[in-house]
Design a protein around this ligand. Structure first.
Ligand code: FAD
Length: 277
């Protein structure tokens, strides 16, 4: 397992209470020794300061942190300034994204796609940063078609991305098919599956509609059948997602990236069941 990368993702908390809760979550998850914690970046730079604060707190605890950075709605000068701050704090790992324009904002700024951000980071900072990008085994929801989406993913790799983290998915075959197509298109960076633990079906259904991740029909019906029996949803979710992770690792996935939603419980149970601790 040593050459694989196991990481976890947080979002920057909005309230003082959220900050305290995330510290508690981190205390538990740190014991599992993930390779790094990544911290999301709100649409249009809305969490810019909170992302930095969270990343610095993680670093201050002696752990590796990777801020996400989205470029849509930003200028080159904005992004340059953020990169300078990260460099000054010794941050060497970034997840580079296009992001989505917040509703009501019409000005896309100076970057249109994530490949332009990756190229800009390389131009500004050479090899200082390890750059991760997003990948979509079930296709990005705005992509015109599958082939173009793979070509667009390749643009990010050609611009200098070192590795990718996928959108979450519940169908392992979608991931393996995506890896095959990447290999056929001469894409050879590690593509780490993003893992979404299942604990709350209503929330999961909402997220999945927004980001274009498919909940297979049988899985949706099964989760619905528990109604508000959250204990059963959690128990089934742990079994299902652990099984998915096992299949991905057995099939050669170069690691796993957990979308923790700032909760320790499900991620640590899956991690322990996989024997990663
Ligand atoms: P891109 O790679 O630019 O792709 C976006 C769309 O444009 C795709 O349909 C693609 O096919 C098309 N496209 C790309 N390049 C071109 C081109 N040159 N010409 C024509 N079409 C092109 N969002 C946040 O706001 N903050 C976060 O912190 C965040 N973290 C994420 C982490 C991961 C691991 C993932 C998978 C997603 C994350 N997102 C985040 C969501 C992401 O910002 C959205 O999915 C967004 O819609 C696309 O971002 P991207 O970087 O994948 O864009």
């Amino acid at each position: 397992m040593n050459d694989r990368t196991f990481s976890m993702e947080f979002f920057p908390p909005k309230t003082d209470e959220g900050v305290l809760k995330l510290r508690e979550t981190r205390k538990q998850l740190t014991q599992l020794r993930p390779e790094f914690f990544s911290v999301t970046f709100g649409a249009g730079g809305s969490t810019r300061d909170r992302t930095l604060e969270t990343v610095l707190e993680i670093q201050g605890e002696g752990l590796a942190a990777a801020p996400h950075l989205s470029c849509i709605g930003s200028t080159r000068a904005n992004i340059r300034e953020i990169l300078e701050v990260y460099k000054a704090h010794g941050i060497r790992h970034i997840v580079a994204l296009r992001g989505d324009l917040p509703s009501g904002v019409a000005d896309p700024g100076e970057f249109r796609y994530a490949n332009e951000l990756v190229a800009f980071i390389r131009q500004e900072s050479g090899d200082w940063f390890t750059i991760e990008v997003a990948a979509y085994p079930e296709m990005h929801p705005q992509a015109r078609n599958w082939r173009e989406d793979i070509q667009n993913f390749k643009r990010k790799v050609d611009a200098g991305a070192d590795a990718a983290i996928t959108q979450y998915f519940f169908n392992a075959d979608a991931y393996f098919n995506f890896l095959d197509e990447c290999a056929e298109n001469d894409i050879h960076i590690p593509i780490v599956p993003g893992i979404m633990p299942i604990s709350n079906y209503a929330q999961l259904a909402r997220f999945s509609t927004m980001c274009g991740a498919e909940i297979p029909r049988w899985l949706a019906r099964k989760l619905e059948s528990y109604y508000d029996d959250t204990a059963s949803i959690k128990a089934f979710g742990l079994d299902f997602v652990t099984g998915l992770c096992e299949r991905l690792l057995e099939g050669g996935a170069p690691g796993l990236h957990f979308y923790t939603l700032n909760q320790a419980g499900a991620t640590s149970t899956i991690w322990q069941r996989l024997g990663l601790d």
